[in-house]
Design a protein around this ligand. Structure first.
Ligand code: BV8
Length: 232
């Protein structure tokens, strides 16, 4: 059974990582859409660095929750038959036991050099514009996909959606594309579809089944069901 799981900020909410909706999409009075853009970075790089430096530093204060751990267990059983694609830029899936995580919107713990294009693991602040470890130029930006930029690995994601038996969306509002369109694409390719989310989302009408509740309850229960089915 091939399963594609898409996660969003809602799976990290119970770990203490604020979702985009919780803060009403605001950060220090800025709309996220206004900070998470290449234009914002060109106009006010320090403001944008402060936004991401704060979120990167906050990772040290949060821990994976039972939903992350359950997906780690599922990977142990399904191996390559599980494709986990996340919109999240935190490292909670990895710390929850998932070894293969596709971060379609990039990662907080990575820096992208605007001079040489290299992506480097990065755990410190970027606001002081440190030199790129590869080329030495001080042009490191957050390795995050901003609005108007192309998400990482779209071809790979589409291939996985085309061959999935089941597409499960966890903790996302279904407000941002192309991720919000995955359910319709998967369904058109013949996959069953399941939404696990705190409440109804913009995507709910496109799912065959939707379960509403907290991810730390819904995800372990669903993973146990799948394990049970795989065992027989
Ligand atoms: C692109 C990284 C071209 C940065 C992010 C008009 C119409 C349609 C599309 C567009 C349009 N105008 C512009 C666009 C394109 C645009 C877009 O979709 N805009 C929206 C605003 C309309 N998209 C883009 O620009 C994308 N690029 O289109 O390129 C292209 C595409 C394909 C191929 C070739 C070319 C790039 C978008 C990426 C932006 N970067 N993140 C950062 O993190 O700072 S987006 C960011 O917000 C997230 O990554 C995520 O994708 C998105 C939404 O966040 P969610 O994860 O869903 O979180 P949210 O807070 O919204 O919801 C939380 C959910 O959890 C809720 O439903 C809640 O009920 C639930 N929840 C809460 N607590 C719990 C819970 N569930 C369970 N348990 C709980 N405890």
């Amino acid at each position: 059974m091939k399963i594609v799981v898409l996660t969003g900020a809602g799976i990290s909410a119970e770990s203490g990582v604020p979702t985009f909706r919780d803060a009403d999409g605001l950060w220090e009075g800025h709309r996220v859409e206004d900070v998470a853009t290449p234009e914002a970075y060109d106009v006010a790089p320090i403001t944008v660095h402060r936004f991401y430096d704060a979120r990167r530093a906050a990772l040290a204060t949060v821990a994976p929750n039972p939903a992350h751990h359950a997906l780690g267990r599922l990977e142990g059983v399904l191996g390559e038959d599980l494709f986990l694609v996340t919109q999240n830029i935190d490292d909670l899936h990895e710390r929850g036991g998932s070894a293969r995580v596709h971060h379609m919107h990039g990662e907080l713990l990575s820096a992208l050099c605007r001079a040489c294009g290299r992506r480097t693991e990065w755990r410190e602040d970027l606001v002081d514009l440190p030199p790129c470890p590869a080329c030495g130029v001080c042009e490191l930006r957050p390795d995050v996909v901003w609005f108007g930029e192309i998400p990482y690995g779209m071809e790979r994601i589409e291939r996985e959606l085309m061959t999935a038996d089941l597409f499960v969306s966890i903790g996302t509002s279904g407000a941002v594309y192309p991720a919000a369109g995955f359910v319709r694409f998967a369904r058109a390719c013949g996959a069953r579809t399941l939404e696990l989310n705190l409440d109804a989302s913009e995507g709910t009408p496109f799912f065959e089944t939707a379960r509403h509740g907290r991810a730390s309850d819904l995800v372990p229960t669903w993973v146990d069901e799948i394990m049970e089915r795989l065992a027989h």
